[in-house]
Design a protein. Structure first.
Length: 405
């Protein structure tokens, strides 16, 4: 029989209804609530990051290959999309898929309003399946016909401003010399919540942009490369940057939309600060609880010492007692945190202002390894704090402890 563990269990049972039992409950509650807050915070953080990154990746590849130029215009200098370039991109081990594209500035005009937009021309390689979740109404344009398609998808913000709905026709004037125009048909209305896209980007046919620019089918504004592991984005960029021609430039999506990714990094720092504060509060709480428990059991400590118990054995009694409190707190913390996360995940009870937060509700992503790591971190760090209060046991004199009242 493990004597320290046996004594620890007896202490817990005997303290029921006493002052120390109330303190024990406070310790369990503080640890449980702390872990629950951490679990919810990380689920929300990962949810935000996933939702926003998915929105960006639905419009832009992880890496963008374009012609090297010093121009800051939305319109790219054309590059030759030949078999050798596409083969070099597709054979890279991290490449998941590639898609050519081209940008063209224009003015959408109705009878009442005019709106400046950027036409992003894409072809059949565009991931329409991943883009469907952004569609509010209608369908994604069909680019499978002969020639070029005049179908477009516009954002809900542009549609509201120009008072357009699905199946409406609209004129677009392209900014060039001489100016050219086309009559386009709206087949779908999307919304991402990201102003960088919703305010100006409309999705059209790459063939349309080629025709307006007088480009042959072998030219495009650039090529978007999607990789299978975004954690290796830097590695993929470094490889493609040095392996492609010197006239081509490889841009990372994290650099192109640096404001958004900097905001996500700021969220990471906030969660780290929250983690530090909660661990400090929970650790302080468990130290206070054990000190109170040791003071209440001072006579017991004296009796055990007088019977020959070593300081190490008595310390183990109180360490086991503290670990029981921590484990109970972890169980309650996981139950509360995961329950709140699942409720938000399925029922979306907490809304958000999409204008400020890029989405209409608090997103949740349940990452099991992270939750297990949080549990282990709380258990280890708070468990180590148990060594602080139990260290005073070695200073307790048996004679004074037995006479302690």
């Amino acid at each position: 029989m493990n004597l320290p563990f046996f004594i620890s269990k007896r202490i817990s049972k005997e303290s029921a209804g006493s002052f120390s039992s109330t303190i024990n409950r406070i310790a369990v509650v503080s640890i449980g609530l702390g872990l629950a807050v951490l679990i919810v915070a990380f689920m929300v953080l990962f949810g935000f990051k996933k939702e926003i990154k998915d929105k960006i990746y639905s419009f832009s590849g992880h890496l963008i290959v374009s012609k090297y130029t010093l121009s800051t215009s939305f319109e790219e200098t054309s590059i030759v999309v030949d078999d050798s370039l596409m083969q070099a991109l597709r054979t890279y081990p991290l490449t998941e898929r590639v898609q050519p594209y081209a940008m063209k500035a224009g003015l959408l005009k109705t009878d009442e309003e005019v709106q400046g937009v950027i036409v992003k021309g894409v072809d059949q390689s565009f991931d329409t399946t991943g883009f469907k979740k952004h569609m509010l109404s209608g369908r994604f344009p069909d680019f499978s016909g002969e020639g070029y398609s005049t179908e477009i998808a516009i954002s809900n913000k542009v549609a509201n401003y120009l008072e357009l709905t699905v199946d409406d026709e609209v004129l677009i004037y392209f900014v060039q010399n001489p100016p050219r125009f086309r009559r386009l048909r709206v087949t779908g209305i999307y919304e991402t919540g990201l102003e960088e896209f919703d305010e100006k980007i409309i999705i059209g046919d790459l063939g349309l942009v080629r025709r307006i620019n007088n480009w042959p089918d072998s030219l495009a504004g650039g090529i978007e490369v999607f990789i299978s592991d975004t954690d290796k984005l830097e590695e993929a960029w470094n490889y493609l940057f040095h392996s492609l021609g010197i006239d081509l430039y490889v841009d990372k999506v994290t650099d192109r939309y640096i404001q958004i990714f900097d905001w996500l990094n700021l969220l990471n720092r906030n969660v780290v600060i929250l983690l530090t504060i909660i661990l400090f509060v929970s650790g302080t709480s468990i130290i206070s609880i054990l000190l109170i428990l040791i003071m209440e059991r001072t006579q017991m400590i004296g009796v055990l010492k007088s019977l020959g118990a070593s300081n190490r054995m008595i310390r183990r009694v109180f360490v086991f007692n503290g670990l029981q409190l921590i484990i109970r707190g972890l169980l309650w913390g996981n139950l509360i945190g995961l329950s709140l996360g699942l409720i938000q995940y399925y029922f979306k009870v907490i809304p958000l202002d999409a204008t400020n937060y890029y989405m209409s509700h608090v997103p949740i992503q349940i990452d099991v390894p992270t939750i297990l790591a949080l549990n282990l971190l709380v258990l280890v760090l708070i468990g180590l704090t148990l060594l602080i209060p139990v260290a005073i046991i070695s200073r307790v004199s048996p004679v004074k402890a037995i006479r302690f009242d």
